[in-house]
Design a protein around this ligand. Structure first.
Ligand code: ATP
Ligand code: MG
Length: 259
């Protein structure tokens, strides 16, 4: 699998706090990576570096499709096709569903006017093919302020897919979702895989992460404690190893010691 994104020796300190230390991290083309780790492990900081929000400390490298990026800014990350889906912040509550799908990237006709007809039609198509909205209460004209958390997330992921994001990042997307909404969110992650795109999926619940990812990376206190392909170990083995990380901060050493 070729690498879409590579971070090499990335560190990030905030004053005294080393949020990330010498992190090496990759996301392959069409790969779904689960990023696990306790509170404060550095997951969101890693995301913020990938989205250009934070600059890494000197010495680290960010490589996109094999090319070194000298200064990754928020607009550049967006241009490259990195999209983060936030549950609450991403949508304009007062606006309709079709407006939200096309927010900031509105389609216009040849006179430069908003092409509402096409945007509504595209939204209706996406509703059935991607979002799986079956409720008759929801139409392209619905105001998203009334949508459930899961529906909102669906809109945000659909928008990212529609606009050809290459890497979609979900930072704790199932937080506060009901069981059925969580299921839907996980379906969306599978949709990202099917669409041929890549994803970083952060969630505290490994029962959510395990089924939908190709690879799992475990962060512990700012460093990569271990990583493995999903098909290398069962969910039970994963749980066992996560306990080990919590106790020792490492996956690997204990493994060797126990052999
Ligand atoms: N802007 C900042 N200024 C100072 N310290 C920060 C900043 N952002 C993060 N940190 C610190 O860096 C460490 C990693 O934080 P981060 O938010 O990346 O953790 P996380 O793995 O996302 O945790 P959680 O699971 O709770 O979301 C923490 O100790 C945090 O307090
Ligand atoms: Mg976080």
């Amino acid at each position: 699998m070729s690498d879409l994104l590579q971070l090499k020796n990335v560190s990030k300190t905030f004053g005294e706090v080393a949020a990330l230390r010498d992190v090496n991290f990759q996301v392959g083309t069409n790969e779904i990576v689960g990023l696990l780790g306790d509170n404060g492990a550095g997951k969101s900081t890693l995301v913020k570096i990938i989205t250009g929000y934070h600059q890494p400390d000197a010495g680290g490298q960010i490589i996109w499709k094999g090319k070194k990026i000298e200064h990754l800014s928020v607009p550049l990350a967006r241009d490259l096709g990195v999209e983060v889906v936030y549950q609450e912040r991403a949508l304009a509550d007062q606006q309709t569903l079709w407006r939200n799908i096309f927010l900031g990237r509105e389609l216009t006709n040849r006179w430069g006017l908003l092409d509402i007809k096409t945007m509504t039609r595209e939204t209706r198509k996406l509703m059935s093919t991607v979002m799986g909205f079956t409720s008759s209460a929801v139409s392209p004209e619905s105001t998203v302020g009334t949508f459930s958390g899961g529906e909102r997330q669906g809109v945000a992921i659909t928008r990212a897919l529609y606009f050809e994001a290459e890497l979609i990042i979900l930072d704790e997307p199932t937080m506060g979702l009901s069981l059925s909404e969580t299921k839907k969110c996980l379906d969306f992650v599978e949709g990202i895989k099917k669409a041929g795109k890549s994803c970083i999926f952060i969630d505290h619940n490994i029962f959510h992460v395990y089924p939908v990812v190709d690879r799992i990376v475990v962060l512990d206190r700012g460093t990569v404690a271990g990583q493995f392909m999903k098909n290398e170990l069962t969910l039970d083995e994963l749980i066992d190893r996560l306990y080990r990380v919590a106790q020792t901060g490492s996956l690997e050493q204990r493994d060797q010691a126990s052999q």
